[in-house]
Design a protein around this ligand. Structure first.
Ligand code: NAP
Length: 300
């Protein structure tokens, strides 16, 4: 019978829990927001748009509103109708927020209804207010390592990798990093950030041959595919840092893209799902909102 965490407390130390990271980040960010409010007589303001009744999007936007409240960021949400609201309605809302000097950050939740194109929507947002960090202008700046606003999920992944490196006293330089998934919002930006840190980086995708072989040599493995338990525990290199971005519903439970129980036997550090990448991503949206406020006020 496999050991439980309670049987073997050493195994729980391997877990890269969001709570530990947020304990450090939250007071620092709140302090900065309070300082900005004193300096400018106002603080950051975030607006969130979501569509229909998609439960994960509603959970995510409620978490954003709650974290914003704790950080003293003003935040408001607005819903659109899944069936009836089209590009014109969405453009009108985003244009209004773009032009409103009191709004510093805009976040549009996925999934979008079929009548809307995700790239078209992301391009409507003023790049200085794009707190998801996926506007092409922000992606291009990232390419030259000059982005002040980055993909919130990719930044969360890097924060979790850095937590593992802090604990082990190691560095990313020269490590074999493997990213599974090459989406614009997760896989590609994570690949770029790993390259910036001089990890030898491989990005795998649906046409990758012998995926298992790539995974087996990863010192750092990031998985963002959206398929439950897609990466088998036996593929994980002994001692690897494993960051599981996936969020999948299986039998009413949320599970990641990595077979967690088996991976736990081999990984050096591993993110749980839930409680790993997700809450750190929410915090990175807040950090981007603060950065957006500073950009719009010409602050360094
Ligand atoms: P996505 O846009 O659907 O991208 C999935 C990626 O996986 C694509 O690049 C796809 O390649 C690749 N893929 C599919 N099948 C594959 C296979 N057999 N082998 C290798 N690669 C394969 O999804 P996403 O937005 O990147 O999100 C991925 C997962 O992360 C989802 O579960 C999502 O819910 C979750 N997520 C979590 C957070 C968070 O904060 N925790 C944030 C964002 C997303 P092709 O395009 O070539 O098919």
């Amino acid at each position: 019978m496999p050991l439980t965490a309670a049987d073997n407390p050493q195994r729980t130390e391997k877990l890269l829990r969001a709570a530990k990271i947020l304990e450090r980040m939250e007071p620092q960010l709140r302090q900065e927001i309070d300082r900005l409010r004193t300096q400018y007589g106002k603080g950051p303001h975030l607006r969130i748009l979501y569509f229909g009744n998609h439960p994960p999007a509603i959970l995510f936007k409620n978490a954003q509103l709650e974290v914003a409240r704790r950080l003293h960021i003003e935040a408001g949400d607005r819903s659109c109708d899944w069936d009836h609201d089209g590009p014109d309605q969405v453009k009108q809302i985003i244009t209004q927020w773009n032009q409103d000097a009191h709004v510093h950050g805009i976040f549009v939740h996925q999934p979008l209804p079929p009548q809307l194109d995700a790239q078209d929507i992301s391009m409507l947002i003023d790049p200085q207010k794009d707190v998801e960090g996926i506007h092409p202008q922000n992606s291009a700046r990232r390419f030259f390592a000059r982005a002040r606003i980055g993909s919130c999920t990719a930044l969360a992944v890097m924060e979790l990798i850095d937590e593992a490196l802090r604990r082990s006293g190691d560095t990313l330089e020269g490590k074999e990093a493997v990213v599974v998934g090459h989406s614009e919002i997760v896989g590609r930006p994570v690949g770029m950030l790993l390259l910036d840190r001089l990890a030898t980086t491989t990005v795998c995708h649906v046409a990758t041959k012998r995926l298992e072989e790539h995974v087996r040599r990863a010192d750092v493995l990031v998985v963002a595919v959206g398929k439950p338990r897609f990466i088998k525990g036996a593929w994980i290199k002994q001692g690897a840092v494993v960051i599981d971005v996936g969020i999948n519903m299986v039998g009413g439970k949320v599970v990641g893209d990595v077979d967690f129980d088996a991976a736990r036997e081999r990984a050096g550090y591993l993110t749980p799902v839930p409680g790993g990448v997700g809450p750190v991503t929410v915090m990175m949206v807040m950090k981007n909102t603060v950065e957006a406020f500073k950009l719009q006020h010409g602050a360094a």
